[in-house]
Design a protein around this ligand. Structure first.
Ligand code: ATP
Ligand code: MG
Ligand code: FE
Length: 342
């Protein structure tokens, strides 16, 4: 039996077909980077229209690639929150339409749960990560530490008080004149820079708990730029990028260390979200996990960023527990993990 997964909560349109044992039969992701780049960020209305335009074709493509008809599916899973409401409505409606037409169970997947359960995909860690583990979700829209205790059983241990870390990377990159999304470009620039030249603050470092704060770090970058006698040269930009990245990586490692101390039974530190692509961030997290004798589980980048494999996998896990949703389920732009039933 196989499950069709759909993702459309932000700026990736994605579809995937997964066997119940976790084997990926087909996967496809269309990023809307080009549509949003002129605006320097995701425009919700443009995102919704792009999902509507591309999702049906992606579904046909992955079904053909998997060599399956809709009647062969065990269910359809679609991200139904949290996220941008227009995109959520598109994905959930496409999923419900297929479920209705072919009399299949429909699963309304929480996007954060999908990120959280990716580490239990059997192909990733041999046999899959074991509960409980600590999830550090670091993307453009999310920055949180979550205790993952089982399917449907999550406790948020800490979150950002202002910006998500990916958002901070993007804003710092913009200040440095880099194109959106700035994270990858900032990392490349940082490789040429000296992190010690402009010491930047490390917000909340060493504080109790595992909340985050990144807006002060971004402001610090702006202040350094404002104090330069003229426009920054290439070397100054690289040094600032390196300083910013070092500060962000240090804060993430510190907060993750605190979160691990809050979950004494943790079997692993799992990282997800686009910022997990950053090598300096990964190195910091690796060191913190190693200090506790734990592995750092970092899914391949394509499964860290928004994708439909994780949605189909969450669908598999929920279907196996009989957790099916009504076709009347309304997508939820806000949907905290704690509100999920296991
Ligand atoms: P959501 O938060 O809903 O998952 P998103 O589109 O913001 O959606 P992702 O696609 O997972 O999340 O991640 C995108 C973010 O990751 C952007 O902020 C981007 O700048 C950041 N990012 C990607 N690569 C890197 C990198 N190498 N270094 C730092 N940040 C990066
Ligand atoms: Mg994205
Ligand atoms: Fe995401």
């Amino acid at each position: 039996a196989a499950v069709l997964g759909l993702e459309s909560s932000c700026d990736e349109t994605a579809a995937a077909v997964l066997r119940a044992d976790g084997t990926i039969l087909a996967e496809a992701v269309l990023s809307q980077l080009r549509e949003h780049a002129p605006f320097g960020g995701v425009v919700p209305e443009i995102a919704a229209r792009a999902h509507l335009e591309h999702l049906p074709g992606l579904v046909r493509r992955v079904m053909a690639e998997a060599g399956l008809g809709y009647g062969d599916l065990a269910g359809v899973a679609a991200t139904s929150g949290p996220g941008l409401i227009g995109g959520l409505i598109v994905g959930a409606s496409v999923g419900k339409g297929i479920a209705l037409a072919h009399r299949l169970p429909f699963v309304a997947v929480n996007h954060l749960e999908a990120h959280a359960l990716t580490a239990t995909l059997p192909g990733l860690v041999p046999g899959g990560a074991r509960f409980p583990y600590l999830l550090l979700l670091i993307s453009g829209g999310h920055c949180q530490c979550v205790a993952v205790e089982g399917v449907g059983r999550y406790r948020r241990l800490g979150t950002t008080l202002d910006d998500a870390v990916g958002e901070a990377f993007d804003k710092a990159a913009k200040l440095l004149g880099l194109p959106w999304p700035g994270g990858p470009a900032l990392e490349r620039l940082a490789a040429q820079g000296d992190a010690a030249r402009f010491p930047l603050p490390r917000p909340l470092l060493g504080r109790a708990g595992c909340d985050f704060s990144f807006s002060g770090l971004k402001t610090a970058v702006a202040n350094v730029l404002a104090r330069l006698p003229g426009p920054p040269g290439e070397q100054e930009k690289a040094d600032l990028a390196a300083g910013f990245q070092a500060a962000a990586a240090a804060v993430l490692a510190d907060r993750a260390g605190h979160a691990l101390a809050m979950l004494p039974g943790a079997t692993a530190l799992v990282v997800a979200g686009g910022v997990a692509a950053n090598a300096a961030v990964r190195a910091g997290l690796q060191a913190v996990a190693a200090k506790r004798g734990l592995p750092l589980v970092a899914p391949p980048i394509r499964l860290c960023t928004d994708n439909a494999v994780m949605v189909a996998w969450a669908g598999v896990e929920r279907l196996q527990r009989g957790l099916v949703d009504e076709l009347g389920h309304a997508p939820r732009p806000r949907w905290p993990l704690e509100e999920l039933a296991g």
